[in-house]
Ligand binder design. Structure first.
Ligand code: FEO
Length: 169
């Protein structure tokens, strides 16, 4: 059961979107490296690595299904933000875009009756719920503390601990 050309194209576009996400998060890590927020910088680095993992899952799947991987150019990411909140808001927007893209491939797989791709995408649907949730929680906390430095450093510390914890796995 070979991939249809439409699905192959959509999966290749997703490889690109995941690598673009990795690069966008690396840009955010570069921004946080210019600030005292070392926890956020770590969090962004870890997130960037996770995105490379996502890209590689799609890469492997295309190959497994007898498709052809076609890598595309990655847009230049932003490395400057106004604040931690601004960076995390861009991150959430990005995750929502990724979720929408995965849903679009899911719909395409339904219309093409590609059940293997539907099964493959299930992991990503769950992962996107997690990703949007964790970014959304950080945004909610950042909005709550506003400019309060104590509060900001506390959230930074929590983000750094989470990154250190998850980086072990
Ligand atoms: Fe792989 Fe955060 O989407």
């Amino acid at each position: 059961m070979n991939l249809s050309s439409k699905i192959e194209k959509a999966l290749n576009d997703q490889v690109n979107l995941e690598f673009s996400s990795a690069y966008a998060y690396l840009g955010m890590a570069a921004y946080f490296d210019q600030t005292p927020f070392t926890g956020f910088a770590k969090w962004m680095q870890l997130q960037s690595k996770e995105e490379i993992g996502h890209a590689n899952r799609f890469f492997k799947y295309i190959v497994e299904r007898g498709g052809k991987v076609a890598l595309q150019a990655i847009p230049q990411p932003k490395c400057e933000y106004k604040s931690a909140l601004a960076a995390f808001k861009v991150s959430l927007g990005h995750e929502q875009k990724v979720s929408a893209a995965i849903c679009a491939i899911y719909e395409l797989a339904i219309s093409e009756k590609d059940y293997a791709t539907l099964s493959f995408l299930k992991w990503f649907l769950d992962e996107q719920v997690e990703e949007e949730k964790s970014v959304g929680e950080i945004i909610a906390k950042l909005e709550l503390v506003g400019e309060n430095l104590n509060g900001l450093f506390q959230i930074d510390h929590q983000a750094g601990s989470r990154a250190a914890e998850e980086g072990k796995h």
